[in-house]
Design a protein around this ligand. Structure first.
Ligand SMILES: [Zn+2]
Length: 161
């Protein structure tokens, strides 16, 4: 699988012997640039850098996958957060995947295809038990990936028919 590497400074170590069991889906775009640049992956990644946050992966509108932080390390994507099972500090035990898009744009077929390929790849390395949106673990504070993300399309592609 082709993955473009980008280096983020915004990470630290996971708690000792912490297993990864959760994928957090996010969405973002660059808000403060010309409209034609808002979905540019390098500008979106620079935006994360400027906001002192990160994600393990960013997926462009064309389905290109960028890796910012190694899976073993704790990327800063979830912030103050709580799982349905009440665990907090979701960054400790999760991988964060950013889909580039706005609340209006939805997500492209190429993005779903890349996300599904990436998730299957991740699941070969980690026992992932939970798939959540940022809006589910930080309600009232975060709205991404929002109602335009098709959870059924994503999750049904992961489970064997
Ligand atoms: Zn988010």
């Amino acid at each position: 699988m082709l993955i473009h590497k980008r280096n983020s400074q915004n990470f630290n170590d996971r708690p000792k012997s912490q297993e990864v069991d959760t994928i957090v889906i996010h969405s973002m775009f660059a808000q403060f640039v010309e409209p034609e640049l808002q979905f540019d992956p390098d500008i979106c990644i620079a935006t994360l850098d400027q906001e002192s946050v990160s994600a393990h992966y960013v997926i462009s509108r064309e389905g290109e996958i960028y890796q910012l932080v190694d899976e073993e390390l704790r990327a800063w994507h979830a912030g103050v957060s709580q799982m349905p099972d009440l665990r907090e500090n979701v960054n400790d035990f999760s991988l964060g995947i950013e889909l580039i898009g706005s609340p209006e744009s939805g997500f492209t077929d190429l993005q779903y295809e890349a996300l599904i390929r990436l998730t299957i790849n991740v699941c070969s390395r980690h026992k992932i038990k939970h798939f959540v949106g940022h809006d589910q673990i930080a309600p009232g504070r975060k709205t991404d990936p929002g109602a335009n993300f098709d959870w059924n399309r994503y999750l049904s592609a992961l489970s064997p028919a």
